[in-house]
Design a protein around this ligand. Structure first.
Ligand SMILES: [Zn+2]
Length: 134
């Protein structure tokens, strides 16, 4: 995740879960927004820890998953940018789609997150067709 994406989802002073080298998890407080470094990694600093830590080690605190109720336009944009593969609320990859409903040139599909139990509709628009041999 790049700094600009991370900073949309996490704010300084937010309590998060940090996963250490051996898989142990700590609740920590973010101290700064994240920043990108030339090697391509993204770092963030945390209270009580010196230096920067990889943002890949950071995840949402379970209590914050519940309080994040409404998405802002940037979060929706990010969801579409990722082709709808991650829950926009808790970032879980464990999301499930039901069957597709179509009305005119629009289709929608109800998606359920198995991580946080949130539900939403994905919206699709007709863009093209493929001819079939007859
Ligand atoms: Zn979720």
């Amino acid at each position: 995740m790049k700094a600009n994406e991370f900073n949309l989802l996490y704010k300084p002073d937010e309590k998060v879960v940090y996963t250490g080298d051996f898989g142990q998890t700590h609740i920590v407080k973010l101290r700064t927004p994240a920043w990108d470094i030339p090697s391509g990694s993204t770092l963030v600093s945390m209270e009580g820890y010196s230096g920067g830590y990889l943002v890949d080690r950071i995840s949402k605190c379970p209590e914050n998953k519940i309080t994040l109720l409404e998405l802002n336009p940037q979060q929706k944009e990010l969801y579409v940018l990722h082709d709808g593969t991650k829950c926009p609320y808790c970032e879980s990859n464990e999301i499930e789609g039901s069957s597709m409903d179509v009305d005119g040139n629009t289709a929608w599909q109800k998606i359920t997150c198995l991580g946080c139990d949130k539900e939403w509709n994905d919206i699709y628009t007709l863009t093209n067709l493929v001819e079939l041999e007859s």
